[in-house]
Design a protein around this ligand. Sequence first.
Ligand SMILES: [Cu+2]
Length: 524
Amino acid sequence: MKLLVSTVSAALLALPVFSKTLPITLDIVNAQGAPDGFSRSMVTANGTYPGPLITATKGDTLVVTINNKLDDDTMRRSTSLDFDGIFVNTPNSFDEGSSFVTTCPVAPDASYTYTIPLVDGQAGTFWYHSQLSVQYVDGLRGALIVYDPEDPLKHLYDVDDENTIWQVGDWWHNTTLPLLAGYVATGIVPVSDSGTFNGVGRYNGGPDVPFHVVNVVQGTRYRFRIINTSARNVFTISIDSHNMTIIETDGNPTQPMTVNSIDMLAGQRHSIVVEANQPVANYWINAPYVGGDPTRNLNQNATLSRAILRYKGASAEDPSAPMSLGPAGSALNALVEANLRPLVASPAPEADINITLNLVVTAGKAQWNVNNVSYLAPEVPTLVKILEGANSADDFNVTENTFVLPANKIVQVIFPPSIDDEAHPFHLHGNNFWLIKSNSSEEINTQNPIKRDVAGVGSTGTIMRFSTANPGPWFFHCHIFWHFQAGLATVMASGLEETRKQVDPTKAWEALCPAYDALPADLQ
Ligand SMILES: [Cu+2]
């Protein structure tokens, strides 16, 4: 007995960190709000935009219960929550939140609990959003930060807390059902009314909503975690008179790289270190955005998208400098994605399988095609079909655009150059990819590419590689959710047999589809 006790104690002592279970409850409710001064009904978690901050420590298990209380019929009534960028191991893939790929949506007046262990030592900057149609455009988006007590770059910053998170996002005054109907009728992607920075913004002719204030103390170094929670817009982040040192890309530590301007596509995240090394004053944090032709929406004024960096001791007023689109007072030194390097260099594995994806819009229509197929969500989710025995591509609808892949292989995805006025931020669920060729450069890098989970696809072509060592049906789609909803999506379904062996879903998950399917259309 004594021997047993001491063995157990030794085992416990050997654990570097005690992982814990984090119960989180989110009431998904419609709430009236005016992020940019225009009052509208929103879809929210707990009534706020952005939603409540979720923080965890690496190794924790997220246990997120959502209570769907949505009752406004100008927006979708069902819902589903996706935790963007979080690694999801095969056995937990059923709780990954992608409607009609890994789950069915949660009906109004129902609750569901997603259980997601944080695996593989993953830490960094993530976010959550609705993954049902374009519902997150209506506001259901929030930050999810996983802290690493052993962060190898900790020596570079002094402060990293709930006040150093920057969420930028596009914002619309109308609700998504009419916006989507307009898109379908015209083929013109909705142009946002404004942009928000930590939930506040301004539009032409609107009230002077106070800008978000970021408080700093002179001589201190801050880790700011930036998340572009947009459904369309690219945000360009800069701070007047200050440099920004990038140390993280989508949850992956990078070699520190100092720039003064960062383009961020929808879904992308970066951590930056900023040293408050300037005279005590107020400085603009510029966060202009681009997303479609601004003359289509005269409310839009990207110059009004910004926040204030306020030194302790400075007066509580706007900076005296003019509102500019870039970092005033210094030559432009913009991030080139291809120049980023992982903190620990490692070559990408050789590819076993090559897939070429051609993205083409159907002229004049709200329809995007990947290799001539426009993705249409099936009635029976991909994972259900796999669990029921699907074995090949023939077992899925053509419009599911599902690529059946063997487990434990390296897949290379080649996006040839495509001509569109905006790059498509392609996002892989549940896993990372090596970015072999960035759209920002002609360089092919297999020796020390960065890993991330969202990368732009555009005019120069993009190449990614990912491993299928973590089998499952993983959604792979454009994070411009208007494009996603118009069919710009595929499913990378790997290791169907291995998936069947490892996935043992709960009764609560199995009940989701029958409940959803029984709903009248206006409650779905
Ligand atoms: Cu797109």
